[in-house]
Design a protein around this ligand. Structure first.
Ligand code: COA
Ligand code: AMP
Length: 633
């Protein structure tokens, strides 16, 4: 039996032999002789001379091994009242067909394909089909508006886009194709084709000859075989929010990714081939990439694609229904989903209708797990509830309790300990390691392990500047944290202006850019404030230009709509405060952190360089005015 400590130690001190041993657990076409190396620019590279195919690993390999009749994918859609299942053999066939469709449109190795699709089986086929032919997919989350999609189209320059006529949000039909058309009008880059899957719930208009019907193309296409790719070839690009308005195109390789997926299923999720794994997320986020699609399939598990919400589809018992129906063994979601359930069913009474005896673990990630939610889930489910920490950049957990290795005691407020492969340290402003209980910047000592981002698409300079410059030799996670004497890590928040809204990572800078371009706005600051259900939500503080006579309610409604139209509904931007001025330093820098503390009612001290401390009271009055008035009446 391996203990966590020894295993972690080996992963740090003897990382080449550690990751060679893990690489032996997946099937390569050519097993790598070089385990770790550096790229020409000096970046960490894994298995550089190995070759493989991720779709082969996720599908063909299991069929060849006689598991063709095992369930691979379960599609469960309470919003359309549909359910579908695919065995490994059936899923392989569907993926071969979509791969053939892409080949027929001239898509080949290294070409990009943007996938803007809802949570339907075809989206999974599409991702694996790209992997099969060595094309690079970039899945864009459906809650982003056309403008954000256009930015990604111009950065990824895809040959083809795959979409569906609509997404369904509880009862609302969202016409995805219309959003794609708008995005393509906005983008400078032109795609060769848009392949559209018509859903019965909404029929989209086609713009010919650019647009091609999915089913018609499928009927004309031939199944495609997998191609051999290099370990270091890019499997996908996933865009994530950075501190500027422009998203970062996180690049993931094939070889390191496959090894990390398998490793995490073995040691973190303790999930064996044949088990049923469910990540209630969206394929547009990294959790969906890794734990709806790649990891469960590479591991030979059954995965669940759930097109619904934790509540309202139809009620707060829907998670328990899915666990019961498919005998889920390991379940993964975001704490916000549980908070949504608690709000509607505080005593978890809906659970009593279902048998959850198959469930072994609940994993939570994507945002801070508050102690209340952790304890509620522990009491209700009576199984280990494991908070774990990771980022789009890592693609798999970096801090976690690992039942597949050794289940350590759970400490509320901590995501537990560094995962093997990650040498996590906490540094002060000068780059010195801090002691136990001292807060600082959470960093990873290089080398970063397999699966970790390899670069930012077409932006090596930003890759270096964003992650590796502040603390040379370390990856800077931009989260603040402290460790206790036993090495448990407690995440305390982001160091930058990224906020986390219902488990979705958003940049306040993007929202600020949208608000600032409104003609009546002189200046603005957007900050994230605590929200009981979503964790955080953005609010705007706006200073209007002199002489503006338009009523504030109209400007406020316009700004809210503008953010929705430009960034997307997922931003949940619903509050605007009109201020006379914003707190600034004498050099003109807006004091966003101080504003955050005021709004969250946390202690703060006015910094010495503040222009005029009285403005802090003005901000406080603005936010709490209503409450003060209520108290007085
Ligand atoms: N396509 C189009 N629109 C979308 C969308 C998608 N894929 N996903 C969300 N939206 C829209 C919603 O319809 C909503 O629009 P509205 O303002 O018109 O109501 C808005 O974006 C916000 O959506 P959401 O964040 O889902 O909030 P909600 O209030 O509808 O639901 C929760 C709240 C907590 C139930 C929901 O956020 C949730 O299930 N979160 C889990 C988070 C998660 O899985 N995170 C991934 C990391 S593990
Ligand atoms: P994303 O890249 O969207 O996965 O967001 C990553 C960010 O979400 C991290 O940098 C953290 O700020 C936050 N986050 C993710 N998981 C956790 C967790 N378990 N606890 C606290 N914060 C988390």
């Amino acid at each position: 039996m391996r203990t966590y400590k020894a295993f972690h130690q080996k992963s740090i001190t003897d990382y080449e032999s550690f990751w060679k041993e893990q690489a032996e657990k997946i099937d390569w076409f050519k097993f790598p002789e070089t385990i770790y190396s550096k790229s020409d620019e000096g970046f960490d590279r894994w298995y550089s001379d190995g070759t493989l195919n991720t779709s082969y690993l996720a599908l063909d390999r299991h069929v060849k091994a006689g598991r063709g009749n095992q369930l691979a994918l379960i599609y469960d859609s309470p919003v359309t009242d549909k359910k579908m299942t695919y065995t490994y053999a059936q899923l392989l066939h569907e993926v071969e067909m979509v791969a053939g469709m892409l080949l027929s449109l001239g898509v080949t190795k290294g070409d990009r394909v943007i996938i803007y699709m809802p949570m339907i089986s075809q989206t999974v086929f599409a991702m694996l089909a790209c992997a099969r032919i060595g094309a690079i997919h970039s899945v864009v989350f459906g809650g982003f508006a056309p403008n954000e999609l256009a930015v990604r189209i111009d950065n990824a320059t895809p040959k083809v886009m795959l979409t569906a006529s609509c997404g369904i949000e509880v009862q609302k039909v969202i016409p995805y194709k219309t959003l794609v058309d708008q995005a393509l009008d906005l983008a400078a880059h032109k795609v060769d084709h848009v392949v559209l899957y018509q859903r019965p719930e909404y029929k989209a208009e086609m713009i010919e000859p650019r647009d091609i019907d999915w089913q018609i193309l499928k009927a004309k296409s031939k199944p495609a075989k997998y191609v051999e790719v290099k370990s270091t070839d890019t499997l996908y690009i996933i865009y994530t929010s950075g501190t500027t308005g422009k998203p970062k195109g996180v690049m993931r390789d094939n070889g390191g990714h496959a090894v990390s997926m398998k490793f995490s299923m073995d040691y973190i999720y303790n999930c064996k081939p044949g088990d049923v794994f469910w990540a209630a997320s969206d394929v547009g986020w990294v959790v969906g990439h890794s734990y709806i699609v790649y990891a469960p399939l590479i591991q030979g598990c059954t995965t669940v694609l759930f097109e619904g919400k934790p509540v309202r589809t139809p009620d707060a018992g829907t998670f328990w229904r899915v666990i019961n129906d498919y005998n889920i063994n390991v379940f993964f979601t975001a704490p916000t989903a549980f908070r949504a359930i608690v709000k509607e069913d505080p005593n978890g009474e809906l659970k009593s209708k279902y048998d959850l005896s198959s469930l072994r673990y609940l994993f939570l990630a994507g945002e801070r797990c508050d102690t209340g939610t952790l304890k509620w889930a522990q009491k209700l489910l009576n199984i280990p509830v494991i908070d774990h920490w990771w980022q789009t950049e890592s693609g798999w957990p970096m801090i976690a309790n690992m039942p597949g290795l050794e289940l350590l005691p759970v400490k509320p407020g901590s995501s537990s300990v560094s995962v093997p492969g990650y040498n996590m340290t906490i540094l002060d402003q000068d780059g010195e390691e801090v002691g136990p209980q001292e807060e600082g910047s959470l960093v990873i000592k290089r080398p970063t392990p397999p699966g970790f981002l390899t670069n930012l698409w077409r932006n090596t300079e930003r890759f270096i500047a964003a992650y590796f410059t502040k603390y040379p030799g370390f990856y800077n996670a931009e989260d603040s944290a402290y460790k206790d004497a036993e090495g448990y890590i407690y995440i305390t928040g982001r160091m930058d202006d990224i906020i986390n809204v219902a488990g979705h990572r958003l940049s306040t800078a993007t929202i600020e850019e949208i608000v600032a371009t409104y003609p009546d706005v002189a200046e603005c600051a957007v900050i994230g404030i605590a929200d009981e259900m979503k964790g955080q939500i953005p609010v705007g503080f706006v200073v209007l230009k002199d002489g503006v006579t338009t009523p504030q309610e109209i400007i406020s409604a316009d700004l809210i709509q503008k953010v929705r139209d430009n960034l997307g509904p997922v931003a949940a931007f619903k509050t605007v405060y009109f201020a006379k001025r914003l707190p600034k330093t004498r050099s003109g820098k807006i004091l966003r952190k101080t504003m955050r503390n005021i709004v969250d009612q946390k202690p703060f001290t006015a910094i010495a360089t503040i222009e005029d401390p009285a403005v802090l009271d003005e901000i406080r009055d603005l936010v709490f005015q209503k409450e003060v008035l209520v108290e007085q009446s």
